[in-house]
Design a protein around this ligand. Structure first.
Ligand code: GDP
Ligand code: GDP
Length: 504
């Protein structure tokens, strides 16, 4: 165990060695008085004591627009990132006076921000203004990964925290909150743990920094794609108890390392293992959280959900295991928990592979119809519950017979490679001209124009369309773009994102 831990440490990104201008940006948002400045000061001042040089709060053009946005380099354990204190930004916005200047300014700020920490004050509980901030974030920054943090939590006991966490806070729709205290430092380890895979992923995929979008230069061309998709693949095997996850794990590892048994929940202890597949290193992300009441959103077991969400974010590919025997017996292929897991994986931008296990039990003449039914029903149901992504791979196996390693891993690797794909801007824009000439606009007279189209990141592939004109791209336009991208660049079956930005 300590060996794989060491290997992981070695492969970790050393944030202290990254040029400050290339570090990812985290913005602190929340209504006044929730503790944004306190958190900002904790992170940035902490650094100042140690390395004065890096701690300079530097001036940005935005600082001249509003003096209230502070930017600095944060130090959180071994992590470094740029942190923005948005004090003032959201007060102006939510007080209703969304002046064009504010909108433009926040647009500029958000365009170079990848992550947000949304703070609430746990002593006050959820206030109407918190909901406004939440709404505002969803509207203006839907693509920014937002982590919800309950600040001042040193003042409540565990039960009080859990009540706020599983009830009001959860209802904001930013997932499971993390309890922190900017004052005492409580919860910083959890924040670190949550941010680490996100920031690491981000830095890994942009070794040459963010492309300079506004000037039209393309940062992606310099990136060596081969390096990128040879990075260790993080695979999470998830599913209800007893579907055969442990058995599959053993098949993948090709040796008996995990305890397998008929009682649900035997694999409670964390399982983190590494194996090789066709020259590629694959890490298995600990899946213990999914084994217990997976999908349950509220209540006392939300702690295991907290755990599982972190794991989900750590995974690149999520393999959802279903029980073929159960499917043959039931009307629908997936139960409530499984639907939630599948949708959540996609929402979080993970690549999903569905595995139908125990197909051996459906063999034989009397089962022939059952077998056929399962083969047909699962892909159909996946398509129904995740209609926006056609072609999610489904693999039928028997883990008990030790079969399926190759079939599963081929699909996992294929999904991963698509997920890592980077398309050069020149090629994309050439493609765009061709494909948009085929598109039928709703209203020719007012149609927007896509000036420039570029992939800003991989893992998952994320594109930005820079748009001019009186109107924006409609949902239909975006769907058309999405569908064409998937078909023309072999991106079927994985989540991709398109963000539109107005050019002024
Ligand atoms: P901002 O308006 O969101 O930037 O909030 P501030 O950082 O200015 O904090 C508002 C008030 O809350 C100040 O009096 C802080 O001392 C206090 N505060 C901030 N973080 C904590 C915390 O973790 N615990 C407690 N008890 N108070 C805090
Ligand atoms: P987990 O709870 O999802 O980890 O499931 P396990 O791997 O512990 O498997 C639960 C039970 O299903 C065990 O009794 C396994 O032997 C059995 N099982 C797992 N895979 C298969 C399979 O492919 N075919 C059959 N017939 N049984 C299986």
């Amino acid at each position: 165990k300590s060996k794989s831990e060491k290997a992981r440490k070695k492969s970790r990104v050393d944030f202290t060695k990254i040029d400050a201008s290339l570090l990812p940006t985290v913005i602190l948002v929340g209504r006044p008085n929730v503790g944004k400045s306190a958190l900002f000061n904790r992170w940035v001042l902490g650094l100042r004591l140690i390395r004065r040089r890096e701690a300079l709060v530097y001036n940005t053009p935005d600082n001249h627009v509003t003096r209230d946005i502070r930017e600095g380099i944060a130090k959180l354990g071994d992590l470094r990132f740029k942190v923005l204190d948005s004090a003032g930004l959201e007060t102006e916005a939510i007080s209703g006076s969304i002046l064009s200047r504010t909108t433009q300014m926040t647009g500029n700020v958000l365009a170079r921000t990848q992550f947000a920490i949304f703070l609430i004050d746990v002593r006050d509980g959820l206030q109407p203004l918190d909901r406004e901030v939440g709404k505002w974030m969803r509207k203006h920054a839907p693509e920014i990964h937002t982590i919800l943090a309950m600040n001042k939590s040193e003042s409540l006991d565990e039960r009080g925290l859990l009540a706020v966490a599983s009830g009001e806070a959860y209802s904001l729709g930013f997932g499971d909150p993390i309890a922190i205290s900017a004052e005492t430092g409580q919860g910083m380890a959890e924040l670190h743990e949550t941010l680490l895979p996100l920031l690491e992923d981000y830095v890994l995929q942009l070794p040459n920094g963010l492309p300079d979008l506004m000037n039209g230069s393309d940062g992606s061309s310099a990136i060596d794609e081969n390096v990128e998709n040879k990075l260790p693949l993080q695979l999470a095997i998830v599913g209800r108890p007893n579907v055969g996850k442990s058995t599959l794990l053993n098949t993948l590892l090709q040796e008996e390392r995990v305890l397998v048994g008929p009682e649900p929940g035997l694999t409670r202890d964390s399982v983190r293992t590494k194996f090789q597949f066709e020259g590629r290193t694959v890490y298995l992300v600990d899946t213990a959280g999914w084994l217990h009441r997976s999908g349950q959103e509220k209540g006392p077991s939300s702690l295991s959900v907290l755990q599982s969400r972190k794991n989900l974010m750590r995974a690149h590919v999520v393999a959802l295991v279903l029980d073929g025997k159960e499917i043959a017996k039931c009307k629908s292929s997936m139960n409530h928990d499984e639907v939630i897991i599948a949708r959540r994986a996609i929402e979080e931008g993970r690549a999903l592979v569905v595995i139908v296990n125990k197909m051996d039990l459906l063999r034989g003449q009397q089962n022939c119809i059952m077998y056929e039914k399962v083969l047909k029903a699962v892909p159909e149901e996946i398509q129904t519950i995740i209609p926006q992504i056609p072609g999610i791979p489904v693999v039928f196996i028997s883990a008990m017979e030790g079969k399926g390693r190759l079939a599963v891993m081929r699909q996992v690797v294929e999904a991963y490679e698509k997920w890592c794909l980077r398309l050069p801007t020149a090629r994309l824009n050439h493609w765009l001209r061709k494909v948009m000439s085929r598109h039928s606009w709703r209203d020719q007279a007012t149609q927007p124009k896509i000036k420039y189209f570029t992939q800003v990141k991989a893992r998952p592939p994320t594109f930005v369309a820079f748009v001019t004109g009186k109107t924006q791209l409609s949902d239909t336009d975006l769907r058309f773009l999405m569908k064409s991208l998937k078909e023309d660049f072999n991106l079927r079956g994985i989540p991709i994102r398109i963000i539109q930005r107005r050019m002024t």
